[in-house]
Design a protein around this ligand. Sequence first.
Ligand SMILES: CC(C)(COP(=O)(O)OP(=O)(O)OC[C@H]1O[C@@H](n2cnc3c(N)ncnc32)[C@H](O)[C@@H]1OP(=O)(O)O)[C@@H](O)C(=O)NCCC(=O)NCCS
Length: 139
Amino acid sequence: MSAAIVYQRELDLSADDYIACVGRTTLGSTRPLGNPARVAAMLENSDLVVTARDAASGGLLGLARCLTDWHWVCYCMDLVVVEGQQGKGIGKAILDKCTEIMGPRVGIALLAMPEAEPFYQRIGMEQYAGFWRERLDKA
Ligand SMILES: CC(C)(COP(=O)(O)OP(=O)(O)OC[C@H]1O[C@@H](n2cnc3c(N)ncnc32)[C@H](O)[C@@H]1OP(=O)(O)O)[C@@H](O)C(=O)NCCC(=O)NCCS
């Protein structure tokens, strides 16, 4: 039997929790995990953070961090499930929870890492061309 998992919105996820969770994924090298103050500011200015936690231990298994207007579109800036817990339906369930919270009027857009493209295709998201202007300060 698989362990119970709690999916919920968190208003004050700590930078330490974010860094520990994202650091256990391939996304870790693409986020400023060595700069906790910048991570704290990223979290503080996010509109929607949804986590998956082990119900028994409270351990963080995954998260989504999003910007949204709550009425039309949501940009998912991070979606991760920690290594060892991937492929169990947690990533899809986190996105489903985001949709449940925002309601049927809000679509979700994101820029996918190449290795995650099959996941988004598998869960039925439509594929469009994405564009990106690179930031100058990555630390
Ligand atoms: C991408 C990620 C968030 C997906 O979360 P996950 O919990 O592993 O995925 P799920 O178990 O919810 O997968 C849902 C379905 O997609 C499939 N799937 C997941 N990853 C897949 C992959 N790389 N290739 C093909 N299918 C995949 C699953 O098998 C499952 O299919 P099913 O419905 O037939 O069972 C997670 O693997 C991850 O954190 N990866 C590293 C970081 C990353 O790349 N994040 C995305 C940034 S854009």
